[in-house]
Write a protein of this length. Structure first.
Length: 373
């Protein structure tokens, strides 16, 4: 058998992953000696693994991927998105003030305050009619621009977006993009790439050697379809199985039917030899982890668990590895988009800003925590 056949190449790459998992950082010369191949072959294997996001190349060697977050320093009147208008009354409609959204709101408030303006907000409830009423209240209040996270699904959601696009004050969408039915509606937006976030978690679990990675999704979250797509496309890109892995939509943690559904998830993991789960969101991830322990499963030895949102994941026992959307930064950038649009309402092109989440690595996957977590 030729040394360059796909089978032997896969074997070499498994050995490379094992070496970098064991040592943290490995020099290319060491890998060539370990594998008994040329430097050219090692570089080819390293390139293939790096392209899949399973390792990171450093000078003369490779290391484990690390998805780190850097603190956001607000840029003041001249922000990342351009000059911002000062002393502006900014309205915001958020679908919740209890989970996920408080940090987004704080980010928007900090950016508006830094520009000498004021943020006023209204809470809605994932309902297009309620969203519209809240926006109308803010317009009567005299706001000069709006940040809105509207419900965009169905005919009423599309109609709401059309109405927002026709208002006389600028509107910036937050964590929402117009659907295909409205491809050219001129609304600025700041969103998180939740599909990429799911992919970061899947790649991390694959790097640790997990071959079958299941998915648990919150029935209530509008982000679930994107997380599902990121999970699916990443598994396919890594050559890992999709069919047969548990994919379960669960009710909110603690609600009727929660324990039964969680038990079904864990039974399916055992039946399919699934050794890792990505769970959206934190409260459901903590519930799955605790239920697994109740059933005698060891985390992470029998089942690795990664969460999505990182609101309270660090308080779990063991602490949960978690995908962390940059919520504060997202709110600040959305507010800066709105302030910039007030200052330049005509000539400024439509802006669509997409932020990647980061990954906070903790003990629930069997790896040491990031040193600064």
């Amino acid at each position: 058998m030729s040394a360059n056949t796909p089978r032997l190449a896969n074997q070499r790459r498994d050995l490379i992953l094992g070496a970098v998992r064991a040592q943290g950082t490995v020099r290319l010369a060491e890998l060539a000696e370990l594998l008994g191949v040329s430097a050219v072959t090692v570089r080819r294997d390293v390139t293939a693994l790096a392209d899949r996001g399973l390792i990171v190349r450093v000078h003369g060697g490779i290391t484990m991927p690390r998805h780190m977050e850097t603190p956001h320093a607000h840029r003041g009147p001249h922000s990342l998105v351009g000059p911002v208008s000062a002393h502006t009354l900014v309205g915001m409609v958020a679908p919740s003030v209890e989970y996920y959204w408080p940090t987004v709101i704080q980010g928007a408030q900090s950016a508006v305050a830094a520009a000498g303006g004021r943020l006023v907000m209204r809470a809605s409830s994932y309902d297009p009619a309620e969203d519209r009423r809240r926006v109308a209240e803010l317009l009567e209040r005299g706001v000069q621009t709006l940040l809105v996270a509207p419900t965009i699904t169905g005919r009423t959601g599309v109609d709401l977006l059309r109405w927002l696009g026709g208002l006389t004050v600028p509107v910036v969408l937050v964590e929402r993009l117009p659907p295909p039915e409205l491809p050219t509606i001129p609304l600025d937006a700041a969103v998180t790439d939740h599909a990429i976030g799911a992919g970061l978690a899947v790649r991390h679990l694959a790097t640790l050697g997990h071959m079958r990675i299941g998915l648990v999704l919150s029935l209530e979250s509008p982000h679930s379809p994107l997380i599902r797509e990121g999970w699916r496309t990443t598994l396919k890109s890594l050559g890992l199985p999709v069919d047969g892995c548990p994919v379960v939509d669960v009710p909110p943690y603690g609600s009727a039917g929660w324990t039964r559904t969680a038990d079904e998830v864990l039974d399916r993991c055992r039946d399919t030899d699934t050794t890792a789960l990505l769970v959206h969101a934190d409260r459901e991830a903590i519930g799955v982890l605790e239920r697994a322990q109740d059933k005698g499963m060891r985390v992470p030895d029998d089942l690795a668990v990664a969460s999505y949102d990182d609101e309270v994941a660090a308080a779990s026992d063991p602490p949960l590895t978690a995908v962390r959307p940059q919520k504060h930064r997202l709110g600040a950038l959305a507010a800066e988009l709105a302030l910039a649009r007030v200052g330049d309402p005509v000539d400024r092109p439509v802006h669509r800003i997409v932020l990647w989440p980061t990954l906070a690595v903790r003990e629930s996957c069997g790896t040491p925590a990031n040193p600064d977590r």
